[in-house]
Ligand binder design. Structure first.
Ligand code: PLP
Length: 442
């Protein structure tokens, strides 16, 4: 019996007792390889001495100072680093405590920008069907995950929606990738014109789709096309890099690889790498300058923004990534893991797609490889794979098929950046056993 309202109210998860490197251990002494870094969080693995030491130093100096009165040197240093290393022409950073808060902040910042620009009629966000932007009401309104939205739909301010860029399911046989991409961009522009560009605040998208679909990278040229359309119609582009940012795909920001700079970027998970809850929103110079020169403030705020211990942890994470050249490692290990997955699952009759970028990879399971027919969602194959993997001491992040049949079951792999080729081989071997067992049980 637990007094915590866990994800499942019927089952209490094991008690985590410790963690070191890529593994976690429970109170029974069982160890688990954390092949998903939680949910793409623990990019440096567990128990990293440099990050822990930085947190200790900050706790000893100043554990908390409210931002109504103070800023701190660690928060300032982190902000400087993020702005200087961020997408082109970023002008400032707003710190929060996680991904949903980061997206709420991004949405409000974009809205306030237009209000201050004298365009208060802009009240609509434009987003994609297959997307997840957080669980708070504003972020849930923009997101397209029907399962998460269903119970709360009457409370949500719904966004305008376009198709996701999801080549595996979206591109019909005989249609080239370029034509598929052009079709998506056409749909985007048509939707904008129909709603009236002057009514739209921003287009919101995950550069690599994470939790709703599983590590889906965009097609070549997609985000360049999106950027052009947003510019043509004076619509802001908000990149939700909560999952795919902070080095997870092999560059600090996933959208860098698409050669595009957004107006606002939200990051979280890998920013604190699990050592502290922290998220951040980076905003283009023009947005920061607009607010500075007009109202002089951002009408927002939470008690824990800019928390110094969280900032110290995130700063240390950034320093370790740079010092140990971990972005290069993500790229090379990502390629190794992908090859291993291809060797084991490439011809598997129930694996329809292996995809992703860097160390954010996913397998999509199908009942029929030819027709791409998903398994019956009621079967909950993803949950069975997670359970079989845990039984074998492996943590992978599962996602179910959607209620609207847009996609099938997935598992997401997002190992810590420090995983060695031998670790990756062990992950794939245990995953293979777990998948076979789950397919038999189902
Ligand atoms: N945006 C994306 C792309 C995410 O993947 C998530 C979480 O999975 C969120 C937002 C919400 O972040 P959090 O769970 O930290 O509130």
């Amino acid at each position: 019996m637990s007094h915590i309202i866990h994800r499942s109210l019927r089952q209490v998860p094991p008690l985590a007792a410790g963690g070191e490197g890529i593994t976690l251990v429970d109170t029974n002494g069982k160890t688990y390889i954390d092949a998903s870094s939680g949910a793409a969080v623990s990019s440096l693995g567990h128990g990293h001495p440099d990050v822990i030491a930085a947190m200790h130093r900050q706790i000893d100096r100043c554990a908390y100072a409210h931002t109504a009165f103070f800023t701190t040197d660690v928060a300032e240093q982190l902000a400087k680093r993020l702005v200087e290393g961020g997408p082109q022409d970023m002008g400032g950073v707003y710190f929060v405590s996680g991904g949903s808060e980061a997206m709420e902040t991004a949405l409000k910042l974009a809205r306030q920008y237009w209000v201050e620009m004298g365009e208060p009629q802009r009240t609509r966000f434009l987003a994609r069907r297959q997307s997840y932007h957080g669980n708070t009401l504003g972020a849930l309104g923009v997101g397209g995950n029907e399962w998460r939205r269903r119970a709360f739909a009457p409370l949500l301010k719904d966004a305008l929606r376009v198709s996701a860029c999801y080549e595996y399911r979206g591109r019909a046989d005989g249609v080239s990738v370029d034509d598929y991409t052009a079709g998506l961009l056409d749909e985007l522009e048509t939707t904008i014109l129909r709603a009236g560009p002057e009514n739209i605040i921003a287009f919101v998208a995950e550069p690599v789709v994470g939790a709703t679909g599983g590590a889906i990278p965009p097609t070549p040229g997609y985000f360049q096309g999106v950027r052009e359309i947003c510019d043509r119609h004076r619509i802001l582009l908000i990149a939700d890099e909560v999952m795919c940012g902070m080095g997870r795909t092999g560059t600090m920001y996933a959208i860098e690889q698409d050669g595009v700079a957004p107006d606002i970027v939200a990051v979280a998970k890998g920013l604190g790498a699990g050592y502290q809850p922290i998220g951040a929103v980076l905003a283009h110079k023009a947005i920061v300058e607009c607010l500075r020169s007009r109202s002089g403030m951002f009408q927002h705020g939470h008690t824990y923004i800019g928390h110094p211990v969280a900032a110290a942890a995130a700063l240390a994470v950034q320093q370790v990534i740079e010092r140990d050249d971990l972005l290069a490692r993500v790229r090379s290990r990502g390629a190794v893991l992908r090859r291993m997955l291809g060797d084991v699952f490439g011809v598997h009759e129930h694996v329809g797609d292996i995809r992703g970028r860097g160390l954010l990879l996913a397998l999509e399971f199908v009942r029929d490889r030819q027709t791409k027919e998903p398994f019956d969602p009621e079967r909950k194959l993803h949950a069975a794979i997670k359970a079989e993997a845990m039984a074998r001491g492996l943590l992978v992040y599962p996602m179910g098929g959607t209620i609207d049949g847009q996609h099938g079951d997935h598992v997401l792999l997002a190992p810590p950046f420090i995983a060695t080729p031998a670790d990756l081989s062990e992950i794939v071997s245990r995953l293979s056993d777990a998948v076979e067992a789950a397919l038999v049980v189902g």
